[in-house]
Design a protein around this ligand. Structure first.
Ligand code: NDP
Length: 321
């Protein structure tokens, strides 16, 4: 069944992505009776589906498992009438009015407004052990998972601002943070480098890479190699934090939406407005600094309110014309 231009439907709001930002946008848009249609994307629920306990999201006093939390978000969004398509989108034309979105099955959807909440994907080292010990001591988020290893030795890989920030965070919880840097210098800003280098319980390993992990059922040691000398050593530790950057899931919008050199969408500060009228960006796709579930949810709320007000202004213009 198709209507105008061969489209399946013409929506007031289409939300692309189903993490905390997307679901929160959906809850707000649905309660504003905008009947949002959501495309869940490749990983319904987003990055929280691959986390275990979440203890820093307000409202869950006892903590909650990431997948359960996203199930709660989904149920809340659906309760108010959000419709979810468990599909990814293949192509967009955002400049047109209405905006055009093609699903992976080739079907065309029209939308007056689009909220983008496609998130970001953590980069991994690519060693086999990383998958074997996923959620058993290997993590890509020190702020989320560092607390579970307080009082324990931990290893962190990375040399950018994120790694520096996370190493400093971990240094408050762990007796020793073993920091692996693959070159002989850090990429992080000078101020962050200085903080790391002046923190006594952060031990630096220059020209060093993680090559393997051992431990019966969870991480007990990280095997490292000096890439200059070839020397291999073992660091006894209970966790390996990988902090080598994230990639925002925004490739599909390249050439249409303004983004920085890393691909993060650029919004007007203090809002979720992108460079295209009627297109709003929320969550990690537009945030390289905070990247927390609660901040993503906050910007998802902002995006829905921005979309609602944008639609109301358009309707008011149409009435007075
Ligand atoms: P970056 O891309 O800046 O840094 C990634 C780091 O990981 C690099 O040092 C890189 O090493 C290292 N790395 C990449 N792949 C591997 C690998 N396979 N093995 C070992 N090390 C690897 O990412 P960040 O997430 O740190 O930062 C992203 C952006 O966000 C930056 O612009 C940063 O400034 C910004 N940011 C700002 C913050 C702030 O201002 N408070 C906080 C956090 C981020 P190499 O240097 O050798 O390439």
């Amino acid at each position: 069944m198709s209507n105008e231009n061969g489209a399946i439907s013409h929506e007031k709001v289409i939300i692309v992505g189903s993490g905390p930002a997307g679901y929160t946008a959906a809850i707000y848009a649905a309660r504003a009776e905008l009947k949002p249609l959501m495309f869940s994307g490749m990983q319904p629920g987003g990055q929280l589906m691959i986390t275990t306990d979440v203890e820093n999201y307000p409202g869950y006093a006892q903590g909650i498992m990431g997948p359960q939390m996203m199930e709660d978000f989904r149920l809340q969004a659906e309760r108010f009438g959000t419709r979810i398509k468990y599909e990814t989108i293949a192509k967009v034309e955002l400049e047109s009015h209405p905006k055009k979105i093609w699903s992976e099955t080739g079907e065309l959807y029209l939308a007056d407004t689009v909220i983008i909440s496609t998130g970001a994907t953590a980069k991994w080292l690519g060693i086999d052990a990383e998958q074997r010990y996923a959620n058993r001591g290997v993590s890509a988020c020190a702020v989320c998972d560092g607390f579970f290893f307080r009082g324990k030795e931990v290893v962190i890989v990375g040399a950018g601002d994120t790694a520096a920030e996370e190493a400093l965070y971990l240094s408050k919880l762990s007796p020793t943070v073993h920091m692996l840097i693959r070159r002989d210098e850090m990429r992080a800003s000078k101020i962050m480098q200085n903080r790391v280098l002046n923190t006594p319980n952060i031990k630096m390993y220059w020209n060093t890479e993680a090559v393997d992990i051992s431990g019966e059922d969870k991480v007990r040691a990280v095997h490292v190699k000096n890439n200059q000398t070839g020397e291999e050593t073992v660091i006894e530790a209970d966790a390996l934090f990988v902090a080598i950057g994230h990639k925002p899931n925004t490739d599909i919008f390249a050439g249409q939406l303004d983004m920085d050199e890393a691909g993060y969408l650029i919004v007007t500060p203090g809002s979720t407005y992108t460079n295209i009228d009627g297109v709003f960006a929320s969550g990690d796709a537009a945030d390289k600094h905070y990247r927390q579930a609660v901040t993503a949810a906050g910007t998802g709320c902002m995006a829905a309110l921005d979309a609602e007000r944008w639609l109301a202004a358009r309707e008011a213009e149409a009435v007075s014309a």
